[in-house]
Ligand binder design. Structure first.
Ligand code: MG
Length: 384
């Protein structure tokens, strides 16, 4: 029977690649819901092609425009945050793919889990800001979270080689981004267009900048903590510039399992949707008939301090990771608009975290409040 899929964020990078996977296995899937922030041109094309039962647009005026354009096509159009929440909990869905960016993914993720849906999660920020709430909701409703992030998909696959209590540690691989090996003076002059050129992966703008600062790897450390219930001292990071090994699990007997594939998000997306099965490959494969070297080196924690800020926030817990995430969203946005330098990104994160006293075991309201506070604080720091 076809799996019924909802995609939250269907016009973004992971959303469009999810539809690419769906297109390769048309008999295995039925798209029942789609959502976008504001790109109604693409969403309109997707609705015409996949004929979902419902679609949501975050920006209300855009939702209205889309409604007028579509007329009577049989797809219910929802709008705003409420619309996204309703869509995430849509009764017919088997799997909800959450491919939203930033804090905005938390509420729809919780809505899907509280309705017992399997969530295929690409939105790491949801776990960074609300990991405790998400883990508790998934447990209470016995709902499954399938990781789409390539590193966490790799860990999930490696875990299958042993038992939970046989895991000594996990090692997340990082490409090191476009500025691997650069010093402070070089980093001070980085432009947004340089930072947007990732050597191995094609991704959205936000995550590409986060990869350049190593904030993305830091968030993935927190993501691994919540997804797999691992202490932070059991989560390591190694730079692996070729992005062939997507992460590794070291077991207590000293054996390390690594998951490898060509660096493309199509692999982890397909696995999240096909699990527990594996379906016939139709993407580029690794060639072993030529010389290939895989390199590993420790991360440069001094010039890329965002990685350690994530361990710092993660160990404090409570509202601190939400504050780190919010400050980062504002700092990245400012950098992309050429308002400040690349090195201002970590500087702002450090300052805003220093000014925050974390609330332990926060409610959704307390997380939202901490998020709003950190955004305001970051903006005022940036204006100085
Ligand atoms: Mg990743």
């Amino acid at each position: 029977m076809a799996k019924k899929i909802s995609i939250m964020g269907s016009t973004g990078s992971v959303g469009t690649q999810t539809l690419e996977v769906v297109d390769r296995f048309p008999e295995k899937f039925k798209i029942i819901a789609l959502s976008a922030r504001s790109n109604i041109d693409l969403l309109e094309k997707q609705i015409t092609k996949y004929k979902p039962l419902a679609a949501a647009v975050l920006l209300k005026e855009k939702a209205l425009e889309l409604k007028n354009r579509l007329g009577n096509v049989g797809t219910e159009i929802l709008s705003g945050k409420e619309g996204l929440k309703t869509l995430a909990a849509w009764p017919d869905a088997d799997i909800v793919v959450v491919a939203l960016v930033g804090f905005s993914g938390l509420e729809p993720t919780l809505a899907a889990l509280s309705n017992g849906k399997t969530v295929a999660l690409a939105n790491k920020e949801a776990l960074v800001v609300g990991g405790e709430l998400i883990a508790a909701e998934a447990k209470a409703k016995k709902a499954t979270i399938m990781p789409i992030d390539s590193e966490h998909s790799a860990l999930f696959q490696c875990f299958q080689a042993g038992k939970k209590n046989e895991v000594a540690k996990v090692i997340l691989t990082a490409s090191g981004g476009p500025f691997l090996g650069w010093n402070k003076e070089e980093l001070a002059k980085v432009t947004p267009s340089q930072a947007l050129k990732h050597p191995n992966w094609t991704m959205g703008a936000k995550v590409t900048i986060d990869s350049a600062t190593l904030m993305n790897k830091g968030f993935e450390v927190i993501e691994a903590h919540w997804l797999f219930n691992l202490n932070f001292e059991k989560i390591d990071v190694v730079v692996h510039p070729e992005s062939i090994i997507h992460s590794m699990v070291e077991f207590t007997d000293g054996t390390t399992m690594a998951q490898m594939s060509f660096p493309s998000m199509l692999f982890p997306i397909q696995y999240a949707l096909s699990y527990p099965e594996r379906w016939k490959r139709s993407y580029s494969q690794l060639n072993w008939d030529r010389k290939r070297s895989l390199n590993f080196l420790p991360p440069d924690r001094e010039n890329f301090p965002c990685l350690d800020y994530a361990y710092w926030a993660g160990n404090i817990g409570g509202t601190m990771p939400a504050v780190l995430n919010a400050a980062n969203e504002i700092a990245v946005e400012g950098f992309l608009k050429n308002c400040h330098s690349f090195l201002h990104i970590p500087a702002i994160l450090e300052e805003v975290m220093n000014r925050h006293s974390a609330i332990p075991n926060p409610s959704f309201a307390e997380i939202t409040e901490a998020d709003a506070w950190a955004r305001k604080e970051s903006k005022s720091l940036l204006q100085k």
